[in-house]
Design a protein around this ligand. Structure first.
Ligand SMILES: [Fe+2]
Length: 282
């Protein structure tokens, strides 16, 4: 690593565009116990793309209903405020994450598809263990690898050196940190801070490869870590980052997941990914 690289990585995070205002407004509304469906509807209707997307998701097979959902307020009742927040994030993050990442050997679509699969896995794990904030886990899954979008270009130049460390036994993110001075987990955490996201999302991003190091929001971190591992097992987005992947035994134990539980989750995730296919990659 050299200081020029470190400086330019930090600058790149600082130069990232803020998230569009609509996301902040939706976060505020979903966190305000006094907010009404009308408040939510008002914000969403200003954004045509988001409106269309929410209606499409509400009418998808995942929320099987006989009647047709044609308004945002019907959709909000059906899928809930928090799920709408998840869709808003997905709609916005698509622009940041549906990119080619040469440094990670990922083509356009790969990161985005992997992120959505991880989000779905995180939601399915949360359901299974009756975790209180399933939709937050979904959002954390969407965001967990956002740091890769920043590090990819630096990784490309140093790939040989990183690969050598991985072959010698380092995990991929350890090798990133040794060679570049930062891993995609730390950089992702900085992006989340720059975007003023709540701490549980920052922590989930920051510790998703090393959940045992987290001292706060531990269940959320564990969920995203195991969801990421499941995404690898499902075989989606198996980029360079999948090499030497270490699953935390402690995280599995805390989530109460054994081999059978994981197998079960894998098949559920595959089913859900297939049924949500029309909005995956959208
Ligand atoms: Fe990662």
């Amino acid at each position: 690593m050299n200081n020029n690289t470190l400086d330019s990585i930090v600058r790149k995070v600082q130069d990232m565009k803020p998230l569009p205002m609509v996301v902040g407004q939706i976060i505020n509304i979903t966190e305000d116990p006094k907010a009404t469906i009308r408040d939510l509807e008002e914000v969403i209707l200003k954004d045509q793309v988001l409106t269309t997307k929410i209606l499409r998701v509400a009418n998808s097979a995942y929320y099987t209903y006989n009647r047709k959902i044609s308004t945002i307020s019907q959709a909000a009742v059906l899928i809930g405020f928090k799920a709408i927040k998840g869709i808003a994030f997905a709609s916005v993050l698509n622009k940041y994450m549906n990119v080619e990442l040469k440094g990670y050997e990922m083509e356009k679509d790969d990161l985005w598809q992997q992120s959505q699969t991880c989000a779905i896995a995180a939601r399915e794990i949360s359901k299974r263990i009756k975790y209180r904030d399933q939709e937050e886990a979904y959002i954390a899954g969407l965001l967990h690898d956002v740091g890769k979008t920043v590090l990819s270009q630096y990784l490309e130049d140093e790939y040989g050196e990183i690969l050598k460390l991985v072959e010698e036994g380092s995990t991929f993110d350890e090798a990133e940190a040794k060679v570049l001075g930062f891993s995609h987990t730390e950089i992702g955490g900085k992006v989340a801070e720059k975007w003023n996201l709540p701490k549980h999302l920052v922590d989930a991003i920051k510790y998703h490869h090393d959940p045992d190091a987290a001292d706060d929001n531990i269940m959320m971190v564990n969920i995203v870590h195991v969801a990421d591992a499941i995404t690898m097992m499902v075989g989606i987005g198996m980029g360079a980052d999948g090499m030497n992947y270490k699953i935390s035994e402690r995280a599995l134990e805390m989530l109460g997941l054994d081999e059978i539980g994981i197998q079960d989750l894998i098949s559920t995730v595959v089913d859900v990914v297939q049924s949500e296919e029309n909005y995956l990659l959208a």
